[in-house]
Structures are given as structure tokens and as C-alpha cells.
Design a protein around this ligand. Structure first.
Ligand SMILES: [Zn+2]
Length: 267
């Protein structure tokens, strides 16, 4: 027996099958990750329109049957179009990385409203961003770690729990990735450290964790060197804490795309 259910969802992946159908992976508000068969999705007069594109925010109606791997989709309608995500390469790169991350960390049919809300709100903010859209990826990744239960500890030493305040003359702070955050000088003499985080970046990360106002990240002006340090820290951290996280496909695709564009500009 199947029941018909309705839920908000974000499209994570869309794969063509047979002549006219698609199998679409949704991240739903109510049921976690759901794979759905959409019959007739590729017919020219399909009622589904652009609602099956990755990153779409939709209202999904499907026949839910326990124990079935692929559910049958009845309706899928755009809740709100995120058009700018498809028109701006920087935004698209950020958005595609976010949905790919969610596809990796989310479990089939396991509700996580916090994760859904984070993804939906971040895509919405990315759509309306006017500058520095890539900063939003740092917000998303740090918040993702928090939602999944391994929030980086930036307020005290991960070993002795001594409070670590920002001191003007300290230029960088020691990080112990395996233990999950900052480590004080005394403890790092015993346990070592994995990375050094410049004071300016620590300040950004602390602000990201302290406030739900994601628009604030657009005000951070980050140069390329700082960006590389931030990305490398977040990646080392996420890769250690999320099993099965490999280099993301979208990252590779987009770095190739950008390299191509840069070459074209140089000619
Ligand atoms: Zn300590």
C-alpha cells in the first residue's frame, strides 16, 4: 500500500532514464533524501517544466511506499524560482557544491529539518546575493558541521577547555582537527596541532557560528591567500569528520570551467 504525501524539497540530482523519464534525488523537509521516478519528465510538453533542475526549490507530491528504493512522483512544482543561480557561474558553483555535500551527508528517508532549512535558506540568500557570493559557501560548510553534530570549537581549548580569547598581538591560533577545534599552547606541546588559523579567519568563523544572519558574510572581503587557507581548513575539517567525503565533482568541473574561461579571456 502506498500513501500520497506532499512536502517541500530541494532537487539534488536528476538523471535521464529510458526515452522520456528521469530519476530525481530530492532532499525533502519531511522525509530526508528521497529518490523519485518522474514519468514523462522529458516530453516536450511536460508539466514539470524546470522544476526538476538541480537546486530547484519545489513542492513535491509522491506516492510513498515503505521499502521501495525509488518512489513515484505525481507532481513537482516550483515553490520559488532561484533564477540567478543558473545565470551566474560563481553562484552556480557555490550552489552545486552545497547540494552535492547534502547528497553525500544526507540519509535516505531520515528527516533533518535543520539541514533542510539550512540548505533552503542558503540557496535563497545565494540567489539574491549582490557581491562575494562564494563567502556563503564558508557559512554553509561551517553551519553544516554544526547541524551534523561536530561544530568546530573556536571558544576554548579542545583538550583542557581553557577559554581562548582573541588577543590583539596573537596573529594565528593552533587547531587540532581530530579533536575538533582550537588547542592552547600548553596542550599542543603534548598533542601537537594540525593547522594554524590566522586571527582574521578565526574571527569570521566565530561570527558565522554566533549569528543566524547569513547576509553578514557578504561583507567579509577575503583576498585569495586567505580564501585558500579558509578552504583548506574547512575541507580538512569536513573530510576528517564526514566519512566518504571525497573531492567533489562540482569542484573539479568548475575549476576546469574557470580555467577555460580565464584562458579565453587571456586570448
Ligand atoms: Zn589546553
Amino acid at each position: 500500500m502506498s500513501t500520497i504525501v506532499k512536502t517541500e524539497a530541494i532537487v539534488l540530482r536528476s538523471v535521464n532514464i529510458r526515452e522520456s523519464s528521469k530519476v530525481v534525488t530530492f532532499y525533502t523537509r519531511q522525509f530526508g533524501k528521497v529518490a523519485g521516478m518522474v514519468k514523462g519528465a522529458r516530453q516536450s510538453k511536460s508539466k514539470f517544466g524546470s522544476s526538476l533542475e538541480p537546486m530547484s526549490y519545489v513542492l513535491l507530491v509522491f506516492y510513498k511506499k515503505e521499502g521501495r528504493d525509488i518512489q513515484t512522483v505525481s507532481h513537482c512544482d516550483l515553490m520559488k524560482p532561484f533564477r540567478k543561480l543558473y545565470e551566474d557561474l560563481d553562484k552556480m558553483a557555490v550552489g552545486m557544491t552545497m547540494i552535492e555535500l547534502v547528497n553525500i551527508v544526507a540519509h535516505e528517508q531520515e528527516q533533518n529539518i535543520e539541514l533542510f532549512t539550512l540548505l533552503q535558506r542558503t540557496l535563497n540568500t545565494l540567489n539574491t546575493a549582490t557581491h562575494n557570493p562564494s563567502n556563503l559557501l564558508y557559512y554553509f560548510e561551517i553551519r553544516l558541521a554544526k547541524v551534523l553534530g561536530f561544530e568546530p570549537i573556536f571558544g576554548h581549548c579542545v583538550s583542557c577547555r581553557k577559554e581562548l580569547k582573541e588577543v590583539a598581538e596573537v596573529r594565528s591560533y593552533k587547531i587540532h582537527v581530530e579533536k575538533g577545534g582550537l588547542i592552547c599552547a600548553k596542550c599542543s606541546a603534548v598533542y601537537g596541532h594540525t593547522a594554524l588559523l590566522p586571527a582574521g579567519i578565526l574571527k569570521i568563523f566565530r561570527q558565522i557560528l554566533a549569528s543566524n544572519e547569513m547576509e553578514a558574510v557578504f561583507d567579509f572581503e577575503v583576498d585569495e591567500k586567505t580564501r585558500n587557507i579558509m578552504e583548506s581548513f574547512i575541507w580538512t575539517y569536513l573530510r576528517y569528520h564526514i566519512s566518504g567525503l571525497r573531492a567533489l565533482k562540482s569542484d573539479q568541473v568548475f575549476s576546469k570551467m574557470f580555467a577555460g574561461l580565464k584562458n579565453a579571456e587571456g586570448n
